[in-house]
Design a protein around this ligand. Structure first.
Ligand SMILES: [Ca+2]
Ligand SMILES: [Ca+2]
Ligand SMILES: [Ca+2]
Ligand SMILES: [Ca+2]
Length: 559
């Protein structure tokens, strides 16, 4: 294929794809989810979030239409939407039974629509592999999924939740989604798959229990691909995790997890997406009475296999606030860690603030520790507060000190020593814990500066497409220029077709010191700057991986 015969539209599409890949992480000069220079009313949460879901009355003046298996039917009967359907904002919909949107079909939900989940039939919305949800709302007219139960009588697990399934890679073969009773599998070979759009959506009191220890999450994503668009989603008072990813490549922005009984962000089975700007707030009255309530939980799988793709998602700019504001709040022992990273996960946390949990970050299992030592799993520019066991490891037999690893010079992590909740007094976080009216915004000039530091250090995102969209015939990784260099150099590469692409820099002992590209790129030729200002002189390697292609170059930093 030559440039001359490429239609203009294809060229435009390629350029748009490249632009998307460079712009996932928005560079900002702060840790956590919120801009310290703005009041709460001007943050990305304004307008569409709700911190009083127990008392909010929904759609009383609108006619009700029952969808699915029907009220009064047995629990968990299946309904298959084998046609396209549109839900309108002038109607309140009652969701009954296991409501499947069948493959190739679309469920469109208008901005401002209210859908109430029925408890008795365990109303649950499932977008099957190949099907789509089109729920693109606005801050002024969010889409709300809430219980059918009236204000004052709502409980976590009143209804099911939303399950999105797709065809992106998962490290299991034809797995069955958590809950175990949902028909159809998920996962496949299309990293660029789409399950649709969810924007400005609230999901309140989901997580119905199908069987003991077998609940669905608020938003469950199984094998969901990177062309799916998920932003501005709040899950409140889920009876299981607020958000859980099982494999897939989907990214997300602007997530809120409020009062979930289990984990805020759980990932398993090879999820490799990215999340920026997320806020999680626990309610001390709601925890997982049968398990461990954590902020993050992440596994490659259980037992900890080396199956590919590895769980390798990256979170940046998260404000994670646990249940304990101060010692006046008694915290149930089911509340444990801000982050439990285990079973060979390579999930990373950047530019974030973690506080209010009894314990901090735990690296569990040898395979997880090995990934941390090789910088596949990264914790960078993180401010951490925990009462005890601030940074720990367990089930690790290889030489690895989690506190030493966390405190590595240049990584910007702070708070590695125990601090009691009472020690937070005077750090400007008093309203971070207010459930009904939270305002987790750093107060300028107050408290420990480390908690509110700038020092933004996301993976560099300076990849540029060159060559006017001409698609090269083969993969190519050019020698960096200049070389030797100090402190910046340019790396050029070509890929012949759309591919999930990573370009990372490693030191002589194989530790990843920088990630220059991580995302889908359209076929084309690209260049990216590498800035080694914060690295010592020496030999480094840069490795390009795109689809099945992988090639390594060598370069020399001379300061
Ligand atoms: Ca779960
Ligand atoms: Ca969980
Ligand atoms: Ca899990
Ligand atoms: Ca858990």
């Amino acid at each position: 294929m030559t440039k001359a015969i490429l239609p203009l539209l294809v060229l435009l599409a390629l350029a748009a794809g490249a632009a998307e890949a460079q712009s996932f992480f928005t560079p900002v000069g702060y840790r956590g989810a919120f801009d310290p220079a703005q009041p709460m009313g001007s943050q990305w949460t304004a307008g569409w979030t709700n911190f009083s879901p127990q008392s909010t009355a929904y759609g009383a003046s609108r006619p009700q239409v029952v969808i699915g298996t029907g009220l009064g039917r047995p629990a968990r009967e299946s309904f298959f939407q084998n046609f396209n359907r549109r839900l309108d904002a002038d109607t309140v919909y009652v969701l009954t039974g296991l409501y499947y949107v069948d493959s190739t079909r679309t469920l469109t939900v208008e901005p401002g629509t209210v859908v109430l989940g029925d408890s008795a039939t365990q109303g649950t919305l499932i977008i099957r592999r190949g099907a789509f949800i089109n729920a693109a709302a606005t801050a002024g007219a969010p889409i709300v999924f809430a219980p059918l139960d009236p204000p004052g009588r709502r409980n976590p697990g009143d209804w099911g939740g939303i399950v999105l399934l797709g065809r992106a890679p998962v490290n299991k073969t034809e797995p069955v989604i958590e809950g175990g009773l949902i028909a159809g599998s998920y996962g496949g070979t299309n990293a660029l798959d789409s399950t649709g759009v969810m924007q400005y959506v609230r999901i309140e009191y989901p997580g119905t229990r199908f069987q003991l220890n077998n609940e669905v999450n608020g938003l469950t994503m199984g094998g969901v691909g990177s062309k799916t668009r998920i932003d501005h989603v709040q899950v409140s008072y889920s009876f299981d995790d607020s958000f859980e990813w099982f494999g897939g490549t989907v990214d997300a922005r602007y997530l809120v997890a409020l009062g979930g009984t289990d984990d805020d962000f759980d990932s398993d089975f090879g999820w490799s997406g990215r999340v920026q700007f997320a806020w999680a707030k626990k309610d001390p009255n709601f925890f997982d009475a049968a398990g461990q309530t954590n902020g993050w939980e992440s596994d490659n799988d259980d037992p900890p296999s080396l199956s590919n793709p590895r769980t390798s998602g990256t979170f940046s700019n998260v404000t994670l606030v646990g249940p304990q504001q101060d010692t006046s709040v008694a915290v149930n022992s089911r509340f444990e860690r801000a982050a439990l990273l285990r079973r060979n996960t390579r999930m990373s946390i950047h530019n974030s603030i973690l506080m209010g949990y009894p314990f901090g970050i735990e690296i569990r299992n040898d395979t997880t520790a090995a990934g941390a030592l090789a910088s596949y799993l990264q914790v960078r520019n993180v401010s951490l507060q925990a009462r005890t066991n601030v940074v720990t490891s367990s089930s690790v037999t290889i030489p690895f000190s989690a506190p030493t690893w966390f405190a590595t010079a240049g990584w910007g992590n702070t708070g590695g020593t125990p601090r009691r909740p009472v020690d937070l007094v005077g750090t400007g976080v008093a309203n971070w814990f207010d459930i009904a009216n939270p305002a987790p915004i750093p107060v300028s000039g107050q408290g420990e500066t480390a908690l509110f530091t700038t020092n933004y250090n996301n993976p560099q995102l300076s990849v540029r497409e060159i060559g006017e969209g001409a698609v090269p015939e083969g993969f190519l990784l050019q020698q960096n220029y200049p070389n030797p260099f100090n402190p910046t150099t340019l790396i050029r590469f070509s890929i012949p077709a759309d591919a999930r692409t990573t370009l990372a820099v490693y030191n002589l002992v194989g530790q990843r010191v920088a990630e220059l590209v991580n995302g889908e790129l359209a076929g084309g030729t690209y260049e990216v700057d590498f800035d080694a200002s914060n690295l010592p002189s020496g030999t480094y390697f840069y490795r390009l991986s795109a689809g099945a292609f992988s090639r390594t170059g060598k370069m020399m930093l001379v300061k």
